[in-house]
Design a protein. Structure first.
Length: 530
């Protein structure tokens, strides 16, 4: 049935924590005859204090150049967001707090991210999974409406049940409940087990307003034998199904538009939760496996003045249901991000796979195959990295869940997945995860300012960390040669083969972070190559 009742350039610069210093022209090299140019261990050093290194280790001379600041490459994020039915699972609520779901928390985080002033220059786009097959309606009221896409999820295997009355001498309460511990959808009784039947349900037995003193506004029932630990709803297809529960009536269950709370014709949504609309039952075989559906954005990437409003409005239109077709969803997201990157060479584009579960529909479903999708996109030209954000409880994550998510992130060039635990503050933790994506992405790709002035065979790259340590990076050629290299960089080239950007390798990027990191481009000496 329904769900339980119950976040300019200046901004990019500030968030990057990286200053990119570009040498415009070689103005001199240190001399072997100048003792002041030697460090304590005999290496020649320039004003940067960093030793020059060649393919065979340290070598002199190190070169100097006129320097200036340049901007990191502006960032665009395309989010592929899970809206499968499991996103309606309730989160642990503090005593006295209103219940909420994973979906409540996640969409609140994305909305806050889109509205935050510090993200104003970042392009944000959205698409959701699952998507629906052609000819299968996005919602249904009967199996007949679904046709070959059926059955409809309002047709359940049900069983009769009883609950002892608390008043001695009165008959037990009779009601209809879902058979088993998880829903089984059906077309007829043959799909169900012994002493079970297939019934098209309209809603639940509820106490309408003013029928019981304890709940004058009306109430949904929990007829579990132990209501403190479990929830059992008395279901109904017509008024007769509620006859065994005195004072109740059969009412269609709806859902509030702004908070995922149950409502009905007589039990209104609480203040601030929006309007009550019919719950969107779906056809079981509705899920589309067509990549093209996921490559078409629900909200196109953009950072215009209406971006935040567009994102929030799109999120509010979604009601999670269905399965988890991760394979085609990620493929579509990366195809869209790659196409966008090709059309906007002055911007860096990353994809975010945000999910609360592992694949349940469409191929591929194996983690290794999904990781390959992310890996191919990361190593392509232009490359698109994949960030993975998972929303899991410990039980759902299991013993190998982090490892499985990490393998997708690692193949996608981002080293490790970010797991938001449902036992914590999911809204704040998911927002923090998006901030990690923003900060990580803008520290690893840099535009070449006036590249025509550079001799690309005489460029070296060094990084200096806030703690005073530094290290030289090596030109590995292109992204496919990065591998697990933690000291590499490569040029990003246009269709004519001309460099217009420098990227550090994913393994190198994973070591970046913290205020005050400096990257220095040195001009005039042969490039360090591995």
């Amino acid at each position: 049935m329904g769900p339980a009742n119950h976040v300019r350039k200046d901004a990019v610069r500030a968030s990057s924590a990286v200053w990119w210093v570009v040498g415009l022209a070689a103005i001199g090299c240190s001399s072997d005859d100048d003792p002041s140019s030697r460090s304590g261990d005999g290496f020649l050093v320039g004003e940067s204090g960093l030793p020059g290194e060649g393919p065979n280790g340290p070598e002199a001379p190190a070169c100097l150049g006129e320097t200036r600041q340049a901007e990191p490459v502006p960032l665009d994020i395309f989010v592929m967001l899970d809206i499968s039915g499991s996103m309606l699972e309730p989160l642990p609520a503090a005593e006295g707090a209103d219940p909420s779901t994973k979906w409540d928390a996640v969409r609140g985080s994305i909305a806050a991210f889109a509205r935050a002033p510090e993200t104003a220059s970042i392009g944000v786009g959205l698409q959701y999974f699952p998507q629906s097959n052609d000819g299968v309606p996005p919602s249904c009221a009967s199996n007949a409406e679904c046709g070959p896409g059926g059955p409809c999820t309002n047709s359940l295997c049900v069983a009769n049940a009883q609950l002892e009355s608390p008043e001695e001498g009165t008959p037990p309460f009779d009601f209809v409940r879902m058979a088993g511990v998880s829903p089984r959808f059906c077309t007829d009784d043959d799909d169900c087990g012994t002493n079970e039947s297939c019934e098209a349900l309209v809603g639940e037995c509820v106490f309408p307003p003013n029928t019981i003193p304890q709940n004058p506004d009306g109430a949904f029932l929990n007829v579990s034998e132990d209501p403190t630990t479990s929830l059992v709803s008395p279901l109904c297809g017509d008024g007769g199904d509620c006859a065994g529960l005195p004072l109740t009536a059969c009412e269609e269950v709806g859902v509030c538009t702004l908070e995922l709370l149950k409502c009905s014709a007589s039990i209104a949504c609480p203040p601030g939760a929006g309007e009550c609309v019919p719950f969107p039952y779906s056809c079981v075989n509705e899920t589309s496996c067509e990549v093209a559906r996921y490559a078409a954005p629900a909200v196109p990437i953009g950072n215009g003045p209406t971006r935040a409003d567009d994102v929030v409005a799109s999120l509010e239109r979604q009601i999670p249901l269905g399965e988890t077709p991760t394979g085609p969803a990620l493929t579509g997201a990366l195809e869209h991000a790659r196409a966008w990157a090709e059309q906007h060479p002055g911007r860096q584009v990353v994809a975010v796979l945000a999910t609360d579960g592992f694949p349940t529909a469409c191929t591929p479903v194996e983690t290794m195959d999904i990781a390959s999708i992310a890996g191919n996109a990361s190593s392509a030209t232009p490359g698109v990295r994949t960030f993975v954000i998972g929303v899991f409880g410990d039980e759902d994550l299991g013993s190998d869940g982090q490892q499985r998510l990490d393998s997708i992130a690692r193949a996608g060039g981002t080293t490790r997945a970010i797991v938001v635990n449902t036992a914590g503050d999911v809204t704040q933790d998911f927002l923090a995860a998006l901030t990690v994506v923003r900060n990580t992405a803008v520290t690893c790709e840099f535009a070449l300012d006036n590249p025509g002035e550079l001799n690309f065979d005489q460029v070296n790259l060094d990084v200096a960390y806030p703690d005073g340590t530094s290290r030289a990076l090596f030109n590995v050629g292109d992204v496919s040669a990065c591998g697990g290299d933690e000291q590499g960089w490569y040029y990003v080239r246009d269709v004519g083969g001309n460099p217009y950007q420098i990227n550090v390798c994913p393994g190198t990027c994973a070591t970046f972070g913290g205020e005050g990191l400096q990257a220095t481009l040195q001009i005039g000496c042969a490039t360090r190559i591995r």
